[in-house]
Write a protein of this length. Structure first.
Ligand code: NAG
Ligand code: NAG
Ligand code: NAG
Length: 192
């Protein structure tokens, strides 16, 4: 009898107040800064100094960890540069989350000469990532970068990365965000 009551109590507690499926996934963005991107791929968007982030974690093996959020249907584009205005033949990197009409995630390296021009383009990692982004729920993840240019992106609560790459020329001093053909909201400098 007691065990029946206990089971009943547990079931009641578990099924009671949170309406499953209606949790506010935006609570995960609390404490982040926000940038709205809707001017497209060639816009002179800002590059934010990661040295000014309030939230940076030092992980094992001297890893630097930043946490971000992305809200948009597809093409969450992260630009990592060594300088704030990477337009003087700057070697830099671009991570595209759920590009290619929402089917693939990739990372490229190129030399940027203006907000709209680049050369020496090389895409050195691309993989399928169906359903990674959503216009309704932010994708929250931690970017971990090691001094050897090894980088990994892992979703909140996930032990294993959903994307990783390595390039010894990678610099993450400045990070900017842009969109392709649908608006994307970025959450950055998130608590971790
Ligand atoms: C880079 O450093 C990390 C951490 O020390 C290590 O796990 C990883 O294997 C290294 N990658 C390469 C390509 O050396
Ligand atoms: C760009 O590519 C050309 C030809 O491959 C190479 O000679 C040049 O050094 C590269 N420039 C940079 C800045 O990487
Ligand atoms: C630790 O990482 C930081 C940031 O990448 C770098 O500036 C520093 O040189 C690294 N220290 C060591 C001992 O590798």
């Amino acid at each position: 009898m007691i065990s029946v009551i206990v089971v009943f109590a547990i079931v009641t507690v578990l099924s009671c107040p949170t309406e499953a499926g209606y949790q506010n996934t935006f609570e995960a963005t609390k404490g982040c800064l926000k940038y709205n991107s809707h001017q497209g791929y060639k816009f002179t968007h800002p590059y934010f100094s990661t040295g000014a982030y309030r939230n940076v974690r030092r992980g094992p093996n001297n890893a630097t960890e930043f946490r971000f959020g992305v809200l948009g249907d597809h093409d969450g584009i992260f630009r990592l540069a060594p300088v704030q205005n990477p337009y003087d033949s700057t070697l830099m990197h671009e991570i595209v989350l759920s590009g290619w009409a929402g089917t693939k995630t990739d990372v490229r390296r190129y030399v940027r000469t203006s907000p709209s021009e680049m050369n020496n383009y090389s895409m050195f990692k691309i993989q399928s990532s169906y359903g990674l982004l959503s216009q309704f729920d932010p994708l929250m993840f931690t970017l971990t970068i090691y001094s050897n240019g090894s980088a990994k992106l892992a979703k909140d609560g996930d032990k294993y990365p959903f994307f990783e790459f390595q390039d010894s020329t990678l610099s993450f001093r400045y990070i900017g965000f842009c969109n392709w053909n649908v608006p994307v909201i970025y959450f950055f400098d998130c608590p971790l």
